[in-house]
Design a protein around this ligand. Structure first.
Ligand SMILES: [Zn+2]
Length: 246
């Protein structure tokens, strides 16, 4: 994508990002990690999914791991039993929208209304407060960030993206995940994948449960404890970034 920042050389981009975060992070910050580097948060977007969620929950139970699931209300209302299963197994449920339209395509007041409605509908299914939100595609402007805050939601982005919408062997996807992850980071994975930002269909055939198993193995081998976002940022330990223009 083209933005002024993405055309800068790498060193300048890093410097510009640091400067922007120092100024804007505390006031317009999205959660991108935690300060404790002995743990990482594993997150799954776009679910629940009729074929992936149940075996994924079995794997996580076997491994004794809790994750954060950013759910789409449209999917959640089709599979309320899976939403309850995610909750009952002790995972964190967060919001990813009603559908997967980017938040930046909504008028501000409509975005606030949609997010409040989405939050309410997910809370009806979970019976518990929903306080965290990840914008579809990570697309965000200062105005859409404010819309999320007005809907009572904290924005959570990621620090490592496994690129698990590209169809390749599960072991390769897992290798990308752990290459990009650092201690204290937030890993973006998917239970299922919505079409891309231009509406292009995404089709993958690799085993997402096998991918998750390999990621957990690699994460543990590197000495990190996999946790939920809530656990990662507990006691004010969030790292915030001014995440705009993605
Ligand atoms: Zn998504």
């Amino acid at each position: 994508m083209s933005s002024a920042r993405s055309r800068l050389p790498g060193w300048a981009r890093t410097g510009a990002r640091r400067a922007a975060d120092a100024v804007l992070g505390p006031v317009l910050g999205s959660v991108a990690g935690g300060r404790r580097t002995d743990r990482v948060a594993i997150t799954f977007d776009d679910g629940p999914d009729a074929s992936t969620t149940a075996p994924l929950l079995d794997l996580l139970e076997q491994e004794g791991v809790h994750c954060t699931f950013f759910l789409l209300v449209r999917q959640a209302e089709q599979h309320p039993d899976l939403v309850r299963a995610i909750r009952d197994r002790g995972h964190e449920i967060a919001l990813h929208g009603i559908d997967h339209r980017p938040l930046t395509s909504w008028r501000h007041t409509d975005a606030v209304r949609m997010l409040r409605d989405a939050r309410h509908r997910l809370e009806v299914l979970t019976g518990a407060p929903v306080t965290r939100y990840r914008p579809p595609y990570g697309k965000q402007t200062p105005a859409s960030w404010v819309a999320a805050r007005r809907a009572g939601l904290e924005v959570v982005v990621w620090s490592a993206d496994a690129a698990d919408w590209v169809d390749r062997p599960a072991t390769e996807v897992a290798a990308t995940a752990t290459e990009r992850l650092r201690g204290g980071g937030i890993l973006l994975l998917h239970e299922r994948v919505e079409p891309g930002p231009a509406g292009e269909p995404v089709s993958t055939s690799f085993d997402r449960v096998a991918m998750a198993r390999q990621v957990l193995h690699d994460v543990t081998a590197r000495g990190w404890s996999p946790v939920t976002v809530a656990e990662l940022v507990r006691d004010g330990g969030a790292r915030r970034t001014a995440w705009f223009g993605h």
